[in-house]
Design a protein. Sequence first.
Length: 456
Amino acid sequence: MRRPILALLGLAAAVTLAVTTAPSQAAERTATAHKAGGKKTTATGKAPVAKLFDIGHAAGEPTLGITRQGWVAITAGDGCVTSCAGDPETLQTVAPGGRAVFITKDRGKTWENVSPGVGDVSPHVASLDPYLVADRTPESTRLFDIDLNAACAILSYSDNAGESWVTNPLSCGEPVSDHQTLFVGKPVTSSTLLYPNIVYYCFNKVAYLDCSKSLDGGLTFVPTGNAAYPECSGLHGHGVGNSKGVIYLAYQGCNATPTLAISKDEGATWSTVRLPGKMSTGGDPSVAIDSKDNLYFLYESVERRPLLTTSTNGGKTWSKPLDVGMPGVKRVNLSTLTVGAPGKVAFAYYGTTFESDRQAFWNGYLGLATGVLGSKPTFWSASVNDPKHPLKTGACGPGRCGRVLDFIDVEIAPDGTPWAAYVDACAATCEKTHVESVHDNDGVVGALFGGPNLRR
């Protein structure tokens, strides 16, 4: 039986626990210009430079939110807080998620803990899936932090970049919820109260996607219609909404088909669009939308290559997929996408230059592209980490990647800089031993400074 979702409100002050200096992992790395398909090319203009910052906290499934001021926030769980026993490759994140929101106001030099709660006391008791998103629409500056435990999703939001929070038990009693996404959309048929946008919360219910919506900025939620029901899987990427209130969820459909779920009535009913081709099993595709409502869809092929396709007509037709992988990268995992100005995108993934997973090292790659709606796009890509110090060793997907878990995130700041969140699962010695320590899961954030501005 589907039940209405009730919310209990509480105020949670954010006390800064520490300000940590986050050194760049190594020297800067200049991005490589390339064409689709990984062939190097020459490009006019200054090449962007990759930097990597350590947030000073462990991580798993990190997500980003960037405020209107350009401050970068990250939330991430810690897979070794309650127990580090067992196989490091399969450890599940179980951690105080509410104490894991960090923000930088100086482009990565220092990070403050601005989590909901006071001291070590958090309203977010534990987290199986941490998730952070910033509503940066013209009408809002709200930062949402949501943590999932076995039977409950706890939501906090802040209108002052984490200085104070409102906390709300979002969906206690909803069983088998996992792999959540939180996003905002324009109202279509409803009137909102106290907040200009609709807040959507969608999650995996094994064989389908389930969603709820809030008309009061996250205080209360009511169920919408099921998306993609029945289907072969409920795993999905992050949701987005366009200027008219249409909402989109990317997921892997039956027979490993890249699929897009679309709702034009605030989630009451859904249609699906199946894109051409097949995708690697177990991974999440990613969808983004620009200010002109053009759609961008990134997924991994059966050969585990990152493929980008676009639609200028709401998903009715799609462009020929472009391989956006960096030259030299053999396989990728956890690919994710965001968009700035029309035709300008940023993407992030884990990738390896090794042929075999058994002895592979994996780096965190961050790329950007301009002109992807035209016939001659230009790509710039770089490893955010020094390849001498990889972020992962051994198998990484398809899908779950050890203690990195199920997904990473990429966002574009107001100044046009792309930022991406990763997990350093080689924080100790695995680049020398091919064995990850149970303490190897540091949260790190990479950026590409300089180069093309993705907002103009």
